[in-house]
Design a protein around this ligand. Structure first.
Ligand code: HEM
Length: 219
């Protein structure tokens, strides 16, 4: 009897639910920020971002390409659809990360004062470049397993800014912190937690999967 097909169908369902949840969170983040693209004015950008508008525009455009292509890539990669579309979207994803991280680094380095907040975002940028770079290097060496694992880490980091805003807004409903026009304590906490905590969870999943595989297939 072939038991593989129902197992695969079951894991595809779980993957679909996970990716649809990510898509919903992404829409929650992106839709209220489309005014940055639709309305290029000081009012739209606010006094905080207007002097750094070019950096934000570059960052946002690259970030949108990376986060959208990455979502499709995770689906294609984990369902073994790794043909021409996967390769083209992979190039677009890498270009998006490169462009957005240049803008992201500029934005992080020009945050006035708030060193702990800015440092969290600089390190997020570093994690973005390192994880994406490792995923690309692995595929250049044809290390498929490592490429998949590094892409899961990279997309966890790509999604971190959405996680930042989503979890930050939940936390504010529970924790009262002193107001700050640039970054309050919740922002500072989230600048580090938005990538460190999800990366820990992703890493645990990757390592558990590897351990289970070695137990089934001891060499
Ligand atoms: C994962 C790596 C990322 C890093 C390191 C990063 C870094 C930053 C930094 C430093 C700022 C300025 C914060 C401030 O001045 O207070 C910023 C703002 C912003 N970023 Fe990113 N970002 C990342 C991912 C993304 C992605 C993938 C998107 C798009 C989907 C995005 C969209 C935005 C937007 C719209 C803002 C303006 C602030 C807001 O409306 O929330 N970022 N980002």
């Amino acid at each position: 009897m072939n038991t593989t097909a129902p197992v695969l169908r079951h894991s595809h369902k779980a993957l679909q639910v996970a990716l649809l949840s990510l898509a919903a969170a992404l829409a929650w983040f992106v839709v209220p920020r489309l005014h940055y693209l639709a309305d290029y004015s000081a009012v739209s950008y606010s006094a905080y971002f207007w002097p750094r508008r070019l950096g934000l525009l570059v960052h946002l455009c690259g970030g949108l390409v990376a986060v959208a292509c990455g979502l499709v890539q995770i689906w294609l990669g984990l369902t073994h659809r790794v043909g021409r579309l996967h390769r083209s979207l992979g190039k677009a994803y890498a270009a998006g990360v490169l462009i957005a991280s240049v803008g992201g680094l500029y934005l992080a380095l020009t945050i006035p004062a708030h060193v702990a907040y800015a440092a969290g975002l600089v390190m997020l940028n570093a994690a973005w470049i390192v994880t994406t770079g490792m995923a690309l290097y692995a595929i250049r060496l044809r290390r498929i397993e490592q490429h998949r694992d590094w892409m899961l880490r990279a997309y966890t980091v790509t999604f971190a800014f959405v996680t930042f805003r989503l979890v930050g807004s939940w936390l504010r409903a529970w924790i009262a912190v002193p107001e700050d026009p640039i970054a309050d304590d919740v922002d500072t906490l989230m600048a580090w937690a938005c990538w460190a905590v999800p990366l820990l969870a992703t890493e645990t999943g990757i390592q558990l999967r590897a351990m289970r595989r070695t137990r089934r297939d001891p060499r």
